[in-house]
Design a binder for this molecule. Structure first.
Ligand code: FEO
Ligand code: CA
Ligand code: CA
Length: 644
């Protein structure tokens, strides 16, 4: 979700920490020296020798054997209303808001004037596509399930007359346009088609029943009038980025849930820390017809959101599960990898100004046998939060009740308290306040982990946190990509870190950006994926209100770029339509098909369309009528691996 800088959540008033803060430019130079030292030591795996060794072991048909080289010609930035890809590539629109998900006998056609009913919307693609994963059928790169998030809605496009009138039916349609789609797709020649009907086709919405498991399940703070057990919740929404587990499930992450709750005049400290404020409800107006979003009447309902939700895409009758052991946050994504002995490690960013980066390590090893054999894997383990120190090292601080400051007298009487109040627990531990952590990704070859820190215009402002080593720019409009290498296996408690890049346009004269980007300019990095070859793909989400102005004067549209981290070169691969965010990033195992999502094409600067005054800015992808978020399939015309 692109967020207007002024509205972006910013509720961290904790005093932590001071040890690594950098308060003046002279010290910032010192910090950079520290990073260089870290890079020359612990980051040694970034060498061609490592890659050559990898290539030598790669078998025929293994895309990793091709190495990290980037072969395409850079796409010029331009104010276009289409998806531009490099010469020799094709971009095909696959699944648009309103397209039927493909359930047999239940495939209502999309009505371009926004007049589909709430019941029809529950059988169609939701709005504002975001994180996404491809699940191959038996390892195939020709057929599989595509699972994706529908993060939020623009009610001005969703309903025929926008928000001019407001009814229970409109709230229901909005709730049905949120959530997740499971679709089946297959390749036919050079094109991909949706399989319809499909026995896997499914929509999960803000009204789908789900359970909460793990240490916080049943906690008093999760109990409501409708659910005295504190274990059963209706729905998931504001699903931003995602994860994909080695046992075949999809993780969808609840991000800006606070925007849906109408708060009270005098919020308590917990509500303040989580941004549950009076006036929040005016954005989506659910509380006017769904009482559970009225905090005055249902004070605990908001605690039941902000979780990572596990979905088994192969069983359309399965109940999604909110995994409390992974902690509560304005969750961006959940990048999953394995330790050498087969335990799951999940890296998670919390996208709000001055919030944190988390890591979960499972207690148990992943067993063969798919989800059936691993149903409780994400219910047991240890959650950590990151502290980035000035010397280029860092530490994972355990969020474990009874350890350090996480004791009953400080408000943490049990592990449920720690997980539901993970922000307060992280404050107490002295975690590092970051510049809006978005996606994380683990390099499958080197095991380095990358995280996008999209921007933070409040950094260094009066009364706000100073710059620090990891977040080194005040008024950080452009963002940065940070990376770390664990000091051992992925479950290590210490790590070494540096920046891959401070984003920005060197021509705009921001001294911090000078010389940092080698290659094409970008800002507000968000989507991130290291593919099987070790190429780092970067997607951007600069807000519509900032594109084309100031630091973004050379950037009219959002985009996707490829980076060879061994060379530090960044090259533009795709430019999206006007007013869109480029997001959602997944590939077939052979890396010959890349799937991305175009979110909110034609979005106005205030993020809410007016159907009576449609903007001419975008008619993508149909060329007429209302713009529609959609999945785009990218293939190389010669049938080769994407990016080579
Ligand atoms: Fe939904 Fe942080 O982007
Ligand atoms: Ca974003
Ligand atoms: Ca995002």
């Amino acid at each position: 979700m692109a967020k207007d800088f002024d509205r972006m959540e910013d509720s961290n008033r904790s005093a932590n920490p001071t040890i690594h803060e950098v308060s003046d430019p002279a010290r910032r130079i010192f910090v950079r020296g520290g990073l260089a030292a870290a890079a020359s030591g612990l980051f040694a795996p970034f060498t061609l020798g490592t890659l050559a060794g990898c290539a030598a072991t790669g078998g025929a048909g293994n895309p990793a054997a091709l190495g990290r080289g980037i072969g395409f010609k850079s796409v010029p930035m331009a104010a276009i209303d289409r998806v531009a890809v490099p010469e020799g590539y094709t971009a095909q629109v696959l699944y648009r808001w309103g397209d039927p998900v493909g359930i047999a006998g239940q495939m209502p056609a999309f009505k371009p004037d926004g007049s589909n009913s709430a019941a029809e919307q529950a059988l169609q693609a939701g709005m504002h596509h975001d994180g996404m994963a491809f699940f191959p059928v038996e390892g195939s790169s020709q057929r599989g399930l595509l699972v994706m998030n529908h993060e939020y809605v623009d009610d001005g496009l969703l309903h025929a007359d926008g928000m001019k009138t407001w009814t229970a039916e409109k709230v229901r349609k909005s709730m049905h346009a949120h959530g997740v789609s499971v679709i089946e797709i297959q390749r036919e020649g050079s094109a991909w088609k949706q399989v319809m009907p499909s026995k896997f086709a499914r929509r999960i919405t803000a009204l789908t029943p789900m359970t909460i498991t793990g240490p916080a399940a049943g906690h008093p703070m999760l109990r409501t009038a409708a659910d005295p057990s504190g274990t059963r919740v209706l729905g998931t929404y504001n699903n931003c980025a995602n994860g994909q587990t080695p046992w075949g499930t999809y993780l969808t992450c609840e991000e800006n849930f606070a925007d849906y709750f109408e708060g009270v005049d005098n919020p308590d400290a917990h509500q303040r820390r989580w941004g549950i404020r009076k006036g929040n409800g005016s954005k989506y107006r659910w509380h006017e017809h769904e009482q559970r979003f009225n905090v005055a009447r249902h004070p605990n309902e908001s605690n039941r959101y902000g979780w990572v939700v596990e979905i088994d895409p192969q069983d359309p009758s399965s109940t999604p599960v909110k995994r409390s052991a992974l902690g509560r946050a304005a969750h961006e994504g959940a990048a999953t990898a394995l330790t050498a002995d087969g335990r799951a490690v999940v890296y998670m960013g919390e996208d709000s100004r001055f919030e944190y980066i988390y890591k979960f390590v499972s207690r148990d090893r992943v067993k063969p046998g798919g989800f059936a054999a691993n149903r409780e894997l994400l219910d047991h383990g240890t959650l950590y939060v990151a502290r980035f120190d000035v010397d280029g090292t860092g530490e994972w601080l355990p969020l474990v009740q009874g350890q350090g400051p996480l004791t009953a007298d400080k408000g943490f009487a049990n592990q449920g308290d720690v997980l539901i109040k993970s922000r307060q627990a992280s404050d107490a531990l002295g975690a590092t306040k970051m510049d809006r952590p978005e996606w994380t990704t683990v390099d499958p070859i080197t095991k380095e982990v990358y995280c996008t820190l999209t921007n933070n215009s409040n950094r260094g402002a009066a009364g706000q946190p100073f710059m620090d080593a990891a977040n080194p720019r005040s008024n950080n409009t452009m963002g940065q990509i940070i990376r770390w290498k664990e000091g051992g296996d992925l479950d290590a408690s210490k790590f070494a870190w540096n920046h891959l890049v401070l984003a920005g346009d060197p021509k705009q004269g921001r001294s911090e950006a000078q010389g940092s980007v080698k290659g094409d300019t970008f800002g507000s990095p968000d989507g991130l994926m290291v593919d099987a070859r070790g190429v780092l793909w970067i997607q951007t989400d600069a807000s519509t209100s900032t594109l084309g102005k100031g630091d973004y004067s050379s950037l009219s549209n959002n985009q996707m770029l490829a980076c060879d981290p061994t060379k530090g070169e960044i090259r533009r691969f795709l430019v999206g339509p006007s007013g869109c965010e480029v997001t959602g990033l997944t590939a077939t195992p052979d890396l010959k098909t890349l799937f991305i999502n175009i979110q909110h094409p034609g979005e106005p600067a205030n993020e809410r369309s007016d159907p009576e005054r449609p903007l001419a800015v975008s008619k993508w992808p149909d060329g007429a009528g209302r713009p529609r978020s959609a999945t785009v399939v990218i293939t190389k015309n010669d049938g080769g691996v994407i990016g080579t």
